[in-house]
Write a protein that binds this ligand. Structure first.
Ligand SMILES: Nc1ncnc2c1ncn2[C@@H]1O[C@H](COP(=O)(O)OP(=O)(O)O)[C@@H](O)[C@H]1O
Ligand SMILES: [Mg+2]
Ligand SMILES: [Zn+2]
Length: 266
């Protein structure tokens, strides 16, 4: 793809597990490590990158030559989303082929500027968009986001199996909402259970890239358009994102240079 070195999909089987939150913070963490990063919001029915990146409503990408669009810029990263192009309330009732068409247009008509990593915030599930992505562009790898409870893991399994079938390497699993962390008294509770990420990583011979707690600040900061990684760069959440970013960067360059795949242990 023009202007893009490595494409990384951030995916899950299930909605609401934190894909968009992980995508934006991972993008900012990679950017903080000196990489040039872009985010493509492919969740046409529920795009959230505009809000998480603090892009004001109504801001539109500029047209460039050759029928292309320039991505928007926010916090030093380049971003493109269906929400920038159409009224997403209209898109809500689109049929499958229209959604796929719109996604392909975003993939082929965005003029990314010299990116090391393009992160794709995928819609939930294992449908048309996932297959279109794998068939149309070379995807370096997929990061699977899951919460630890069985019902989410069941969907995460489907996601992993789908990427395997289309020969996209699974870079690892991010376990989100692992522990509830009370910011007032510091007590912790495993609301969605424990160990789910490990189980699935074992089962599919992949790795847990990181575990993120369920906290008020992760939600508030993402909603406010200034996600944790830039609002509180020294927090343990931001350190976890930095570790995830390093692992993703290393395993992508290792697998694309044809070298051995690096695996990580705690
Ligand atoms: N670790 C977390 N702690 C608290 N809230 C979170 C966390 N991860 C995600 N959220 C919140 O949960 C909701 C769903 O997350 P989102 O990233 O939009 O999920 P998805 O993209 O998978 O649908 C959002 O309101 C988000 O702010
Ligand atoms: Mg989302
Ligand atoms: Zn408390």
């Amino acid at each position: 793809m023009d202007g893009v070195k490595h494409i990384v999909a951030v995916a899950s089987g299930k909605g609401g597990v934190g894909k968009s939150t992980v995508t934006v913070n991972l993008a900012l963490a990679l950017s903080a490590q000196g990489y040039r990063v872009g985010v493509l919001d492919a969740d046409i029915y529920g795009p959230s990158q505009a809000q998480m990146l603090g892009v004001k409503e109504g801001v539109r990408p500029q047209a460039a030559a050759d029928n292309k669009f320039l991505p928007l810029e926010a916090h030093g990263i380049q971003a493109m989303s269906m929400a920038f192009m159409v009224n997403t309330r209209d898109a809500m009732v689109w049929r499958g082929p229209m959604v796929v068409g719109a996604f392909q247009q975003m993939l082929t008509q965005t003029q990314w500027d010299n990116l090391d990593f393009l992160l794709i915030d995928m819609p939930p599930g294992t449908g048309d968009i996932q297959l279109t992505l794998a068939q149309k562009v070379p995807v370096a790898g997929a990061v699977i986001v899951t919460t630890p409870q069985d019902i989410a893991l069941l969907d995460a399994r489907k996601g992993i199996e789908m990427f395997r079938k289309v020969n996209v390497p699974v870079l690892g699993v991010v376990e989100n909402m692992s522990l509830y962390h009370c910011e007032k008294c510091g007590h912790e509770a495993a609301i969605f259970g424990t160990g789910g990420g490990d189980r699935i990583a074992d089962e599919y011979d992949t790795t847990v890239l990181g575990r993120l707690p369920l906290t008020l600040s992760i939600r508030e900061l993402a909603d406010s358009g200034r996600p944790s990684v830039i609002s509180e760069p020294d927090s343990s959440v931001s350190r976890t994102f930095a570790e995830i970013a390093s692992k993703v960067a290393q395993s992508v360059s290792a697998s694309q240079s044809g070298g051995p795949t690096i695996s990580f242990s705690e």
